[in-house]
Design a protein around this ligand. Sequence first.
Ligand code: AMP
Ligand code: ZN
Length: 136
Amino acid sequence: MDNCIFCRIIRGEIPSKTVFENEHFKAMLDIGPASRGHVLIMPKEHYSNLFEMPEALAAEVLPLAQKIAAGVQKAFQPAGIKLVQNNGAMAGQSVMHFHLHIIPCYDGTEVGQWNPGSPSGEELDEVLAAIKEALA
Ligand code: AMP
Ligand code: ZN
């Protein structure tokens, strides 16, 4: 998919903060995080949404989310972690390449339909290093 922003990230045409990758998936920091440690998991092949994904690939998503979320939990000790996966514009999907959000929820901060943050590169690097260390 030439114009898909996540495909372009996967091809290395656009930089990203990768916390983890394996043969089929990449996990990176969300550029407009709902909270500190917000991560996106996406397949390396383009599928627009959950319904387009082969079942075997979809079955890999939750175990991977479990692993990454455990790293986020270890790194930042949020009070909770929300997994969100939007399908279709009306569901809030803005990037039409399947992705699962891992969103840490901290005491006193409600994460509903979130307003994107705008962290600096240094702040994102700090978050990246903490999660990578927790996953190592
Ligand atoms: P959704 O609304 O579920 O489609 O979520 C798309 C997410 O992708 C949003 O949370 C954006 O902040 C995030 N996003 C968009 N462009 C980038 C990018 N270049 N790098 C990292 N995250 C991005
Ligand atoms: Zn794509």
